[in-house]
Design a protein around this ligand. Structure first.
Ligand code: SAH
Length: 213
């Protein structure tokens, strides 16, 4: 598990790219992404590319989200320290690690047992504190609800109603919605429980599937 000066240099370049070229301006998001050694979340054969803005296979036919996607979604969550955050789609655990570096309490669900196990081992080896669950994210985690923020990192055809329910009053959910391409969507629940929706641009995610495997 090596994170050397070369990796740190590549990471710094990734941060400059995100802020200068892609308009990510949240210092806390950039700092969190500078902290997490992304190359450790990819197979070693992808080491050279870990800090390029691409999605990569992580096994079980899934991909790690590109760095811009991670940065954009995390920024949109507008996290405040101490918030309770639910992530759907742990995958490699990279986004999960970035969330922990934003000083929030992280809960994350993955439907693939293999990915769940690998991410759990890796995150604890790297000392990232996150609560991981194997299950179907459509169901959320009712016994631990409500959540201040919910982040979905797979493409949903529509917003899962149970997730909206598990959002606290005043809470927000970031979720990519659509079939082939997904529109990044921000749902805000006001203090009376009314839901407002705001749409951003298109992204490409692996689909949010039913049931666990
Ligand atoms: N945040 C991840 C992104 C992985 S891709 C990362 O940074 O690596 C999306 C992940 O969502 C995949 O691992 C996929 O298995 C998972 N997924 C798809 N449908 C799901 C569901 N219903 N519940 C939980 N996870 C799901």
């Amino acid at each position: 598990m090596i994170d050397n000066l070369r990796h740190q240099g590549l990471r710094k370049r990734m941060i400059d790219y995100l802020s200068v070229k892609r308009g990510i301006d949240s210092d806390s998001v950039l700092k969190a992404m500078m902290n997490v050694p992304r190359h450790l979340f990819l197979e070693s054969s992808f080491l050279e590319f870990a800090y390029e803005d691409k999605a990569f296979p992580i096994g079980s036919q899934q991909t790690i989200s590109s760095v811009y996607t991670v940065a954009f979604q995390t920024q949109l969550l507008n996290l405040a320290p101490g918030e309770k955050v639910l992530e759907i789609g742990t995958g490699s655990g990279y986004q999960t690690a970035v969330l922990t570096q934003c000083n929030v309490e992280v809960y994350s669900i993955e439907r693939h047992h293999n990915l769940y196990k690998t991410a759990k081992t890796l995150l604890s080896m790297l000392n990232y504190r996150a609560n991981l669950f194997h299950g179907d994210g459509h169901l959320g985690l009712s016994r631990l609800a409500p959540f201040d923020k919910i982040l979905v990192t797979c493409g949903a055809v529509e917003v899962p109603p149970l997730l909206l329910e598990q959002l606290r009053l005043g809470g927000e959910m970031v979720i990519p919605i659509g079939f082939k391409n997904q529109i990044m969507t921000l749902f805000s629940k006001d203090l009376d429980g009314n839901i407002k929706k705001k749409e951003y641009h298109n992204f490409q995610f692996v689909p949010m599937l039913r049931d666990k495997e």
